[in-house]
Design a protein around this ligand. Structure first.
Ligand code: SF4
Length: 387
């Protein structure tokens, strides 16, 4: 898809090559998505890849966490020519195993501290860069507000500055190694954070292509609205080179992420958008992950929908509930929420702010969420009348 508008001047960036795709101002704004199927279910994952490609996905992410996932990835690679990206969680060494089968690797600077604590982060990045060079891959430095590098967090009170410093530090590592085939993403579940941080980043690093996304934007229609407000503020100013709309959808509807991403870009370039300067936080905010191979119980999407329905009595309250599909990102990504839930195979973990309330069966969790919500609301109103 070509993007051209007399009103919009793309920021001039380098070109990053994901096989034959250019990410950067010399190429059109591309759209990415991610498989929500179990990676080891090869037919289902291939179906999902085809569905996403058929709807126009330019790059497709697949979750790989184990040797068996790598074996499945090798089979998937043989059966599709789609551009594939894998995101590394904590095991950076997996890069070497997946590299022959992918076009791009995403790593999160906040995840490079967990394994092999005695190995300096710079050494781990050296390994990733060497792997990318050997296999002619692109890299994405994927900074996420929910999983910031703890050392940056300790040095910067403001999470925005911690995120920016983290990205800058990793850009430094890559540049020192003579590697420039990389993009950066700076994601938050709050669209206003996404707007602010990407604007700041674009000023500091005008040459680096940006991957935009509001993480855990949640269910429709709010997930689309959050992404739209962020992208309108950035793409209309020429900031952003590739996008992902992260939506909580049933796995057979994942293609809607791609359709919505393409529509938002087309609308912006056709001038069909309102100039909304910020996302207006009003009332109940439900954030939920888009799900992926790591989701620990297939009831996740239904759970997110049920939580939204039961919480409608609190629709006017300034309360955030986070619902996540697995333990990889569940504990961290729920930190800023009033209530946080994340799935395990046979139970749901529930947290109120930072306090872990316990584990509840899938048939027990909803009444407990309602009870906690009622208590939060009572405490808020009690506090406001006595203030
Ligand atoms: S929270 Fe877990 S299941 Fe949800 S998208 Fe992230 S890794 Fe996948």
């Amino acid at each position: 898809m070509e993007n051209a508008s007399p009103q919009i001047t793309r920021r001039k960036t380098r070109s990053v090559k994901v096989r034959d795709l250019i990410i950067g101002s010399a190429g059109p704004i591309s759209v990415q998505s991610m498989c929500a199927t179990k990676t080891q279910d090869i037919p289902a994952t291939l179906n999902q890849v085809s569905m996403l490609v058929d709807h126009g996905a330019d790059v497709i992410r697949i979750a790989v966490d184990s040797r068996k996932d790598v074996e499945a990835l090798a089979e998937i690679r043989k059966a599709t020519s789609a551009r594939i990206v894998v995101d590394l969680q904590e095991s950076y060494k997996l890069a070497e195993k997946v590299a022959p089968f992918v076009d791009k690797i995403r790593y999160n600077p906040g995840h490079l501290h967990h394994h092999e604590k005695n190995v300096p982060v710079a050494e781990k990045v050296r390994f990733l860069v060497q792997t990318a060079k050997t296999h002619n891959l692109a890299l994405r430095i994927g900074v996420n507000f929910g999983s910031l590098d703890p050392s940056q967090r300790a040095e910067n009170d403001d999470p925005m500055e911690a995120a920016l410093h983290s990205a800058t530090q990793h850009i430094g590592y890559l540049e020192d190694l003579g590697f420039q085939n990389y993009v950066v993403s700076l994601k938050s579940s709050d669209p206003n954070d996404v707007i602010d941080i990407n604007r700041k980043f674009a000023e500091r690093h005008p040459e680096v292509p940006l991957h935009l996304g509001v993480t855990e934007a949640g269910m429709l229609p709010m997930g689309e609205i959050k992404s739209r407000v962020a992208f309108e503020n950035l793409l209309a100013q020429g900031i952003g080179d590739t996008v992902r709309v992260s939506l909580t959808l049933p796995f057979d509807k994942k293609y809607e992420e791609v359709i919505i991403g393409k529509k938002i870009i087309a609308d912006i370039y056709a001038g069909r958008f309102r100039s909304v300067p910020r996302f207006e936080h009003s009332g109940l905010n439900i954030i939920s992950c888009p799900s992926c191979s790591r989701v620990e119980n297939e009831k996740f999407v239904e759970l997110a929908q049920q939580v939204r329905e039961l919480a409608q009595f609190a629709a006017k309250e300034q309360i955030t509930i986070a619902v996540m599909g697995c333990r990889v990102n569940g504990p961290g990504e729920t930190d800023d929420a009033d209530l946080g839930l994340w799935c395990a195979p046979s139970h749901v973990n529930l947290k109120r702010k930072s306090e872990l309330l316990g584990q509840f069966g899938y048939d027990e969790i909803l009444p407990r969420v309602k009870q906690e919500l009622e208590q939060i609301i009572a405490a808020k109103h009690g506090a406001s009348t006595t203030a």
